[in-house]
Design a protein around this ligand. Structure first.
Ligand code: CP
Length: 323
């Protein structure tokens, strides 16, 4: 792992050069980033000064499709005054056979202070962090981690319920292929939430029990228990073979319907990282209904990413500039 400082004291200044995953963060560091995102939101709403990233450059290096994450990193960097460059698989020389490391080293040579990386390979962000001095931010690496999604999910729950500790959260669907599930599990467990994972046996390996979570192949018994329901898309693109007999059967067993919602606590929060496959993991009307906080998640994501840029910026301050 690159350039990590072992000091993670609460209230101290942020010490990490990169944001790679929630697995390696201490509980206090996660809480610190959530507090920083709340503070940024407060400043935005009060029209107060924000940390300045003027003179710094962020490169969004997205070698997999994205809407929410890519745009919110772009918005976050621009709102703090950084320059932002967008690179995707189609427009980069990776298509011509250039390695990820060479691409990153070239971007760094042109002055990239932040490399925001989305990649299909688990470990890609850690790999780059060991090879560049730019701050690497993991925007999703294969089925490994999606730490900023984990943070914005935590922030959304904390804002709605006032706490994470003791909150009962069900994560439902394609757990096997989900980096969001992994980051959510790390973050939720570290902050003291109870977590149940729900899905068919083929998409919910027993190994997840090691994370201190409850596993269930049945959705219905979990419904009255869950205060928060995080619904996941089936990642057809990552499945090498059919993982269940038919989509219809999956929907009947694991889709959130109006009838199932009626069996949940009345104040249950419905969450989804997006993109939603309407009518599969959730009925379309429920995704837009009064229990849904899906767009709150998206909104929280901009503040979380601004907070991360602001903390990592201290590694790239230049004379007369910076936070
Ligand atoms: N939640 C999420 O990662 O969405 P995108 O793939 O659109 O970025």
């Amino acid at each position: 792992m690159a350039s990590e400082n072992p000091e993670h004291l609460p209230g101290s200044r942020w010490r990490r050069r990169h944001l790679l995953g929630l697995q390696e963060l201490e509980k206090e560091e996660i809480a610190f980033l959530l507090d920083a995102a709340d503070e940024i939101t407060r400043c935005l709403e009060a029209g107060q000064d924000l940390p300045s990233l003027r003179g710094l450059t962020a490169v969004n290096l997205f070698i997999e499709p994205s809407t929410r994450t890519r745009v919110s990193f772009e918005l976050a960097a621009k709102r703090l005054g950084a320059s932002v460059l967008e690179i995707d698989q189609e427009s980069s020389s990776i298509r011509k056979g250039e390695t990820l490391k060479d691409t990153a080293r070239n971007l760094e040579a042109m002055g990239a202070d932040f490399l925001v990386l989305r990649h299909s390979a688990a470990g890609a962000a850690h790999f780059l962090a060991d090879r560049v001095r730019s701050s690497v931010i993991n925007a999703g690496d294969g089925a490994h981690e999606h730490p900023t999604q984990g943070l914005l999910d935590l922030l959304t729950i904390r804002r709605r319920l006032g706490r994470i500790e003791g909150v009962r959260v069900a994560i439902v669907g394609d757990i096997l292929h989900s980096r969001v599930a992994r980051s959510d599990i790390w973050g939720l467990r570290k902050l003291g939430a109870e977590v149940a994972l729900v899905g068919p046996r083929t998409l919910l390996p027993e190994v997840f029990a090691r994370f201190g979570v409850r596993l269930s192949n049945e959705f219905d018994p979990v419904l009255p228990w869950a205060q928060v329901m995080i619904l996941l898309r089936i990642q057809h693109e990552r499945q090498r073979e059919g993982m269940f007999p038919s989509l219809g059967e999956y929907v009947s067993l694991y889709g959130l319907s109006e009838a199932r919602l009626r069996r949940c606590p009345p104040e249950v929060l419905l969450m989804h990282p997006g993109p939603i496959e309407r009518g599969v993991e959730i009925e379309s009307e429920l995704a837009d209904g009064s229990s849904s906080v899906i767009l709150d998640q998206v909104k929280s994501g901009v503040a979380v990413r601004m907070a991360i840029f602001a903390q990592l910026a201290r590694f790239h301050q230049r004379d007369g500039e910076g936070v």
